[in-house]
Write a protein that binds this ligand. Structure first.
Ligand SMILES: [Mg+2]
Length: 276
């Protein structure tokens, strides 16, 4: 989850002012934690509460997780209306009767990483992903983008190599038949899963370190904070996050969001879920 937050903060100032190079400061005075970080924290909170309430082995758990995802995305997100939410999501977030709206926006993928970090198996990563996604992004491409991200996080966290992760992504989700150098001159802002998630996965596939992955994600342009969040989540699972980047990133969270983050760190620590 921290990797998603770092990627989001790094990309925040480039979303509408793309920077097609790997040479930039990861954190700047005008960087900020956008909706991607806030919704990732909300999903983390929903998973923690669902787990604390009961067993994660039955259908009731996933139904309850969906309910809690709605509750916490609204409760945690509402105080930050100007954080970059899409229009339809914003309407959903303030609705008293929030219903799924068949979205295939990349919001499903940018917020899902806690599912990949918590899951005990690949199968459960996908069940968790669907439970937190279907409440808004119930279009097949919206569900798929989240599943691909959760699966990549799970595989990266549990010892798969980069070629193995790439193979799994290509067999189950997306063709990764392009390089970052090929797409950098022509890739444009796009908020769909199918035009964001494969690119973000490729930014991880071509990376040499956590920081290099984040730099790849910004360098292709497009929806920079969200690509940063998706790539950053997978990169955290694979490489871990350097302490200095962690410490800098957490200064961008207010007390409320930091409290949720710290609760998650303790939750994951207790479960002995660690990056490799
Ligand atoms: Mg954003």
């Amino acid at each position: 989850m921290l990797g998603a937050i770092i990627g989001d903060i790094a990309g925040s100032r480039f979303e509408f002012n793309n920077h097609r190079s790997k040479d930039f400061d990861l954190f700047a005075p005008n960087s900020f934690a956008t909706d991607d970080s806030i919704m990732t924290l909300a999903i983390a909170k929903a998973i923690m509460e669902a787990v604390q309430e009961g067993s994660s082995d039955d259908q009731d758990f996933y139904d309850r997780l969906s309910e809690l995802s709605v509750y916490y995305m609204q409760e945690i997100g509402r105080p930050y209306p100007g954080s970059g939410y899409g229009g339809r999501f914003l309407t959903w977030m303030y609705s008293d009767q929030p219903e799924p709206y068949n979205s295939f926006g990349n919001g499903s993928a940018m917020r899902v990483s806690p599912a990949g970090f918590y899951a005990r198996s690949l199968e459960k990563a996908l069940l968790l992903s669907d439970a937190v996604t279907r409440v808004t992004h119930n279009h097949p491409e919206g569900l798929k983008g989240a599943r691909a991200t959760a699966a990549a996080v799970f595989l990266a966290r549990t010892g798969s190599s980069i070629p193995e992760i790439k193979k799994h992504m290509e067999e189950h989700y997306y063709a990764l038949d392009f390089t970052l150098d090929e797409i950098r001159p022509v890739y444009r802002f796009n908020e769909t899963c199918q035009e964001t998630v494969p690119q973000a996965i490729q930014c991880f596939i071509e990376s040499l370190s956590f920081e290099d992955a984040i730099r790849n994600a910004i360098s292709i342009g497009g929806d920079s904070d969200t690509i940063g969040a998706i790539t950053g989540a997978i990169a955290q699972a694979y490489y871990g996050v350097p302490q200095d980047l962690r410490d800098q990133a957490l200064t961008f969270l207010d007390e409320r969001l930091l409290g949720i983050y710290q609760e998650w760190e303790e939750f994951i620590e207790e479960l002995k879920v660690r990056p490799r």
